[in-house]
Design a protein around this ligand. Structure first.
Ligand code: 5GP
Ligand code: MG
Ligand code: MG
Length: 183
């Protein structure tokens, strides 16, 4: 897909590259203060959170280790079902660690509430969530999310790691995908 075609598939931008960087800079400072002196582990959820993890990490005033999980939430197209399967588990044991789950987006919340429960059962010292985006109007379960970058409307968005059919992840802004692309 070349850049011109991509442009035509987008309806409106919700967060620009610059807004994302500014917000992640703010969140990174809050995160760092919160975990001062603690054994922090950043856990990213593949693949959407790749960009958030990379930029959040570089905004942190110090260094913290990362690990990754990949899950598939059964369901096709643009909806998640809440039935989750682990495709790739963490590399290491998280017993006693302060886990911060780093996510791209909370939509229904079903996937993340499953992940949180799963990680919490492994005896970490704590589990918190940071998400770049959240769709308050789409929530099906309540999730206690400590850090949220931006609340956005209930629309299917792409860019900054978020895909549709593995495309559009490389966009630097987050924008709504035109429904003609998937309907
Ligand atoms: P949830 O379980 O909260 O409904 O969503 C789980 C996953 O679905 C998210 O982590 C994300 O990968 C994907 N997802 C949810 N909403 C969107 C969206 O608007 N755009 C894209 N590209 N993916 C989404
Ligand atoms: Mg995700
Ligand atoms: Mg996806």
């Amino acid at each position: 897909m070349d850049a011109k075609d991509i442009e035509a598939d987008l309806i409106r931008v919700h967060c620009t590259e610059e807004q994302i960087q500014t917000r992640l800079g703010e969140l990174a400072v809050e995160v760092w203060d919160h975990y001062e002196g603690k054994d922090l582990l950043l856990v990213g959820v593949l693949k959407g959170a790749v960009m958030v993890m990379a930029d959040l990490m570089r905004h942190l005033p110090g260094s913290a280790p990362m690990d990754w999980m990949a899950v598939s939430s059964y369901g096709s197209g643009t909806k998640s079902s809440g039935v989750v399967r682990i495709l790739k588990d963490l590399d290491a044991d998280i017993t006693g660690k302060h886990v911060l789950i780093v996510e791209d987006i909370i939509d229904s919340g079903l996937t993340l509430s499953w992940i949180r429960a799963n990680l919490s059962s492994r005896n970490p010292a704590s589990v918190e969530i940071l998400t770049l985006l959240r769709k308050p109007d789409a929530a099906k379960v309540e999730i206690d999310t400590r850090w949220v970058g931006f609340d956005i409307p209930n629309e299917f968005v792409v860019g900054y790691g978020l895909d549709y059919d593995e495309g559009y992840r490389n966009l630097r802004d987050v924008a709504t995908l035109a429904p003609h692309v998937y309907s």
